[in-house]
Write a protein that binds this ligand. Structure first.
Ligand code: GRF
Length: 196
């Protein structure tokens, strides 16, 4: 059985897409061993309760020092013997110590066609604002391995959609999530697990 450790901070719709992919059999021999939320109010926690998934809150409030915060997460992931670390809307930039601990086994999803519109400051709705400002004709999402530099690790999968003339950052964000992110995250996980 492959074991996933999923890190979240917010709504958890990508977490939900992974839960669904396990429940409907698309992700075979796979379980979510632990979800770690850095935010005690994240809706992602409710999703775990509904699906009986082990969920732990590790917050900056409990661990103000980044090293302590990360060590607690590392300890929790190790206790759960995870094979892959899945960042799904996790709002903290991780140190090289963390990344080296799970070298080559951390995946992230980003709501643009990397290398475009990635890096420091490019997160959430800002990414879609920048895409519209640049008058891009296509956008999409990328699943990639996490390395020391933000949003530049090897790409696992990408999916693109057209930018429509009347798009706002909000409509674009919604379509990128529904049509790209929720599809490619389970696909990328399947691909990586098969290569382990
Ligand atoms: C997604 O847009 C993802 O690409 C980005 O953060 C957002 C998380 O959304 N990294 P959710 O919590 O999965 O709904």
């Amino acid at each position: 059985m492959y074991k996933l450790g999923i890190l979240v901070s917010g709504g958890g719709t990508n977490l939900q897409a992974i839960i669904d992919a396990i429940e409907n059999g698309y992700l075979e021999d796979t379980q979510i061993s632990v979800v770690i939320s850095s935010n005690s109010k994240a809706y992602a926690i409710e999703r775990c309760k509904k699906h009986n998934i082990n969920c732990v809150v590790v917050s900056k409030k409990q661990f103000p020092e980044q090293a302590d915060f990360e060590n607690k997460i590392i300890e929790t992931l190790k206790e759960n013997n995870i094979d892959l670390v899945i960042l799904a809307g996790f709002m903290t930039i991780l140190s090289s110590n963390f990344i080296n601990t799970f070298k080559g086994r951390i995946l992230n999803i980003h709501p643009s066609l990397l290398p475009k519109f990635g890096g420091k400051g490019y997160y959430g709705i800002i990414v879609h604002q920048k895409v519209l400002e640049a008058q891009e004709k296509v956008t999409g999402a990328t699943v990639h391995f996490v390395t020391d530099e933000i949003d530049t690790g090897p790409i696992i999968l990408q999916k693109s959609i057209p930018v429509l003339p009347n798009d706002t950052p909000e409509t674009l964000q919604k379509r990128v999530m529904e049509e790209c992110e929720w599809k490619i995250y389970p696909e990328a996980i399947k691909k990586v697990l098969h290569e382990l």
